[in-house]
Design a binder for this molecule. Structure first.
Ligand SMILES: Cc1cc2nc3c(=O)[nH]c(=O)nc-3n(C[C@H](O)[C@H](O)[C@H](O)COP(=O)(O)OP(=O)(O)OC[C@H]3O[C@@H](n4cnc5c(N)ncnc54)[C@H](O)[C@@H]3O)c2cc1C
Length: 414
């Protein structure tokens, strides 16, 4: 059996679902292929994780018309960020007051994002959500691409003008595409802890010689903890009793934020960086973690994927409005050109932070103190860091200005 679509999106995780929702009013007929419901244990995209959304991602959701729902369901604003270096004098402070926005970003549980996206996947006439269904293979030629899908143990061919692979960092469909990988030999331990003081919207990034330790403001006077650990430490910390774990965390972080208690169940994630050398093939585009993964040190992975979504949805929307082929070479080249620099810069930026800030080397120790102090006294350095933190560096697509995609086009402020 064969079904025909304009766009076939493989993966209904955070990035794939966001692309479908961004294009729901574009006039394109869209298929989303996803094996797992958003609230199942097998669903890797929507789990216990909370993600830090940059200001740019907030604006993209605003342009998509779904930010108010996310904010109402539970988004905690990050008003300022305190960056420090354990055992050293260097520190830096970034605040939304310096840029005149209501926040630098927001902390949102991925399950809330999943729940909001799910209602639009279900309710939009232009989107056919095939779930449970798994894309088994993909072929393409000059005229169309074919995604072969396993659904209820029977095989279905989907033909489309364009296939978008948003099937995450463990994508099987891209395993033969050239990708550069770095294993960090580190794991991130995640949990939520209560604090005896209000957080006041402050996030903390504390660099230690084991790796960064971040506290993100969460609802009800709690913090989401993202603790980068060496593999042997992660096993030990995962196995600790709650009281022992809180003691270890408190000892590592100090008492700057207050006293912690009541840790939620802990979860750990292996960390690596990957970067696909070409994110387009004949009638195929690769986005989100399937195209690039970064260390969570600066909370950039999903945000980078959302900028893929914003750029691609604008290009596809415009090509479709003018009646041109959304899978054409010109269309895909335009996308690849637009995303190259941002993807490269974020990869380098996060990798550089890990290289410089997770080392025992004395020279690098001096360098990081100078770097943190330099950010405080050099306005251009601070501006650079604020722009990166907020996801607003470089050319921005329409959605990142909080503006919707419309047939009339948009007037992006100069
Ligand atoms: C510890 C940690 C903390 C993080 N914190 C942040 C943060 O604060 N801010 C931030 O921006 N990012 C953060 N990230 C990164 C962020 O979680 C990822 O970038 C994001 O989840 C990637 O989404 P994705 O949709 O591209 O991929 P995934 O989440 O992996 O989703 C892929 C989807 O594809 C589906 N799929 C897989 N194979 C197939 C197939 N063959 N057919 C059909 N469907 C398929 C899967 O079921 C899944 O739904 C963090 C990551 C980690 C590990």
């Amino acid at each position: 059996m064969t079904d025909h679509y304009d766009l076939a999106i493989v993966g209904g995780g955070l990035v794939g679902a966001s692309l479908a929702v961004a294009l729901r009013t574009s006039g394109l007929k869209i298929a989303v292929i996803e094996p797992h419901p958003f609230d199942s244990e097998e669903q890797a995209s929507y789990d216990e994780r909370t993600v830090a959304l940059t200001w740019s991602t907030r604006q993209i959701f605003q342009g998509m018309g779904i930010w108010e729902e996310i904010a109402t369901a539970g988004a905690e604003p990050i008003l300022d960020i305190h960056v420090s270096n354990l055992g050293h004098f260097g520190m830096s402070h970034l605040s939304c007051r310096e840029v005149g926005t209501e926040a630098l970003g927001y902390v949102v549980p991925t399950r809330i994002l999943g729940k909001v996206l799910e209602t639009y996947l279900q309710d939009s006439d232009s989107i056919n959500l095939l779930r449970p269904a798994t894309a088994e293979s993909l072929t393409s030629d000059q005229n169309h691409c074919t995604v072969t899908v396993d659904r209820d143990n029977s095989s279905l061919d989907l033909k489309a003008s364009l296939a978008v692979l948003a099937d995450g960092g463990r994508s099987t469909l891209t395993k033969n595409f050239a990708t550069r990988k770095t294993d960090y030999s580190q794991q991130a331990l995640l949990c939520i802890v209560r604090c005896d003081r209000p957080h006041g919207g402050r996030a903390y990034e504390r660099f230690t010689n084991e790796g960064p330790l971040a506290l993100l403001p969460h609802s009800k006077q709690r913090y989401a903890v993202v603790w980068t650990c060496l593999p042997e430490q992660v096993d030990q910390r995962m196995g600790m009793h709650d009281r022992e774990f809180i003691q270890a965390l408190q000892q590592r972080f100090g008492d700057r934020a207050g006293n912690f208690s009541d840790p939620s169940p802990r979860k750990s994630y292996p960390l690596s960086r990957s970067n696909m050398s070409r994110v387009t093939r004949e009638r195929i585009v690769i986005i989100g973690n399937a195209a690039h993964t970064v260390h969570p040190v600066a909370g950039q992975g999903f945000n980078l994927g959302m900028r893929d979504v914003a750029a691609l949805s604008e290009i596809l929307f415009t090509h479709n409005q003018t009646g041109s082929d959304i899978g054409s070479v010109e269309c895909l080249q335009q996308y690849a050109r637009q995303r190259r620099r941002d993807t490269f810069m974020v990869g380098q930026f996060t990798h550089g932070l890990i290289e410089i800030f997770s080392s025992d080397n004395k020279m690098l120790g001096l360098l990081r103190n100078l770097a943190l102090s330099g950010v405080e006294v050099l306005p251009p350095a601070k501006k650079f860091l604020l722009k990166r933190t907020m996801g607003m560096a470089g050319r921005q697509p329409t959605l990142a200005y909080g503006l919707p995609l419309t047939a009339e086009g948009t007037s992006i402020p100069k």
